[in-house]
Design a protein around this ligand. Sequence first.
Ligand SMILES: NC(=O)c1ccc[n+]([C@@H]2O[C@H](COP(=O)([O-])OP(=O)(O)OC[C@H]3O[C@@H](n4cnc5c(N)ncnc54)[C@H](O)[C@@H]3O)[C@@H](O)[C@H]2O)c1
Length: 313
Amino acid sequence: MSESATRRLEAIGKQLSLSSNNATSASIPPVTKVAGDSNGPRAKGKVVIITGANSVLGIGRAAAHQFAQNGARAVYLCDFDDTHLATHKREITSAWPTVDVHVRQFDAANEEAVREVVADALARYGRLDVFFANAGTLGPHAVFTDIDADTFMDTFRVNTLGVFLAAKHAAPAMKKTSAEKPEPSGSIIMTASVAGLRSNAGNTPYSASKAAVVSLAQTIAFQLSGTGIRVNAICPGLIETGMTSLVYEAARARGTERKIGQLNPLRRGGQADEIARVALFLGSDESSYVNGQAWAVDGGLSAGHPFVPGKLG
Ligand SMILES: NC(=O)c1ccc[n+]([C@@H]2O[C@H](COP(=O)([O-])OP(=O)(O)OC[C@H]3O[C@@H](n4cnc5c(N)ncnc54)[C@H](O)[C@@H]3O)[C@@H](O)[C@H]2O)c1
């Protein structure tokens, strides 16, 4: 462990063990706590940027709620579609008035725009703690032989380049220290997909672009060695959001909604909030030793080999 990381852990440990007064016996040392109480605000004081936050049913909006409810100092709601951003801002501000909510309309793959939103966070707050690079596009509904090069690259532009740019600009900002943030730290969270882990969860450009996101989390985590900045990818399974609303609507129209998600052992699709809570954990100090990982949050789908529902697992 680098000297600065060791110092940081020791300082947090000391502070928290003093405040929680958990040394009940003089004969044994207290448990070194690395984060605040799990039942307290888990993102207290953090400055958070979230892309892909416009969708009403989306993971980005749900994550913004989790970070705001958990004491974030500021949340940036970013999307290239701003239809609902102002409404989301009103809703969050009215529920959690202490949080500064900023809305930004830009394409997640536009480097200048990503640079600007990060610079804005630094200029206003002197810190950036979490970048949830979540914007994504579904890609073409076609077999690979029917997909042209531009369409392939466009899927990569949003899903992979957008995430790369988020990390590229977030990491230097997370290194900035101040009196209230004495050590560099931060959490870059990337939305990948179970489609990036193996086949049958998306078209080829989408799946390949998400596999690349997993790789980004792995390589960047190592390039940020010793900085205190963590990088992780979340790989959602089937979640009911704007992206999958057609699947859900079609199933409802056919009366086959209960078949959705039957291939995972929880036998249901997921909700955006179930991904948002994982993003909150990864963005909080409670996940301080989780780094370079791709977490499947998929009801168990990716834990198994292909199987026949109803037969013994
Ligand atoms: N819903 C699922 O089943 C599922 C599964 C695996 C992964 N994901 C991933 O989750 C992430 C969030 O998607 P969601 O499911 O909430 O879908 P969603 O469609 O509800 O939200 C996606 C948001 O991203 C925005 N967006 C798209 N392209 C953008 C761009 N170039 N710049 C800025 N914003 C852009 C959209 O406007 C939208 O608000 C995506 O990366 C998606 O690939 C979703």
